[in-house]
Design a protein around this ligand. Structure first.
Ligand code: 15L
Length: 269
């Protein structure tokens, strides 16, 4: 039997696609989960779990939710590109509320960051975890801000945080780009398990991708949490390598289609 965290684990964004996978996996291991989301939880609430509907922009509610928790798996907030004023509450204010709650509880934060925090790096560049942040929109900018917030809370308050730059976590990859960025649900679940149970993490970054031969990404802190991906997108290569967008900008950058949303620059492809 695998180890069980001593304190309850708070999972935000529990009703989303990744939150539901994590709930199933971690509840299956016998973990005590406190689930939350702004949307109702669509599945049966597993034994050992409770669900409370919360808007993360309401600080007092977040503080109450996190009471007694040892880890916060933060998957809540907007998960696609949106105008700045829609991102502000859930992803900026909400994240501050999460970190304040973690500080009060002495809890560790696993932050679901995204490849869109670095989306304006070219696909020909292999990146390590200390690469320049190059957000490809307001959503990616909120993820870059979240990573920096983690760094500040670690150095100033000793709040541990694991920032997972998630590539494309779907049931399976659907285009050529995802041969590089795919993260299987099973690899993601094991990563969250390891990040919760690791004795110490400091503030670190991990590339959230399976074992893909075409990966854009190199060094990170996975050894600190004893995580290695098991799955791979490589079995889809024959089927997907020709599945391109036909747009030079999309194909040039790691962030793919997000890099052309509302783009006005004309002086380079
Ligand atoms: C993300 O961060 C998004 O949440 C997801 O919807 C995908 O677009 C993914 O990145 C991706 O880049 O494939």
């Amino acid at each position: 039997m695998s180890e069980i965290p001593q304190k309850p684990v708070l999972l935000t964004g529990a009703s989303g696609a990744l939150g539901r996978q994590l709930t199933k996996h971690l509840a299956g291991l016998g973990w005590t989960l406190r689930l939350t989301d702004i949307a109702p939880f669509p599945d049966l609430i597993p034994a050992g779990c409770s669900f409370i509907r919360t808007d993360l922009a309401h600080g007092v509610d977040v503080l109450r939710l996190a009471e007694g928790c040892g880890t916060i798996l933060h998957f809540g907030g907007i998960s696609v590109e949106r105008p700045f004023d829609e991102i502000l509450g859930p992803n900026i204010v909400g994240l501050y509320n999460i970190y304040e709650a973690a500080r009060r509880e002495g809890a560790r934060v696993l932050f679901a960051s995204s490849n869109h925090a670095i989306g304006f790096h070219e696909r020909t560049t292999r990146l390590d975890d200390d690469c320049e942040l190059r957000p490809d929109g307001y959503y990616g900018l909120s993820k870059a801000y979240g990573e920096l917030m983690g760094r500040m809370y670690w150095f100033k308050h000793g709040v541990e945080n694991v920032n997972v730059r998630i590539g494309s976590s779907l049931p399976e990859p659907v285009d050529a780009r995802m041969l590089s960025t795919y993260l299987s649900f099973a690899d993601l679940c094991r990563l969250c398990e390891r990040a919760t149970l690791a004795p110490a993490t400091g503030s670190c970054v991990i590339w959230g991708a399976s074992h893909n031969a075409r990966s854009f990404w190199g060094d990170d802190s996975r050894k600190a949490i004893a995580w290695e991906p098991i799955d791979t997108a490589d079995i889809y290569t024959g089927q997907l390598q020709g599945k391109l967008s036909g747009n030079d900008v999309i194909e040039r950058y790691q962030g793919g289609a997000y890099t052309v949303i509302d783009r006005t620059r004309k002086d380079m492809p």
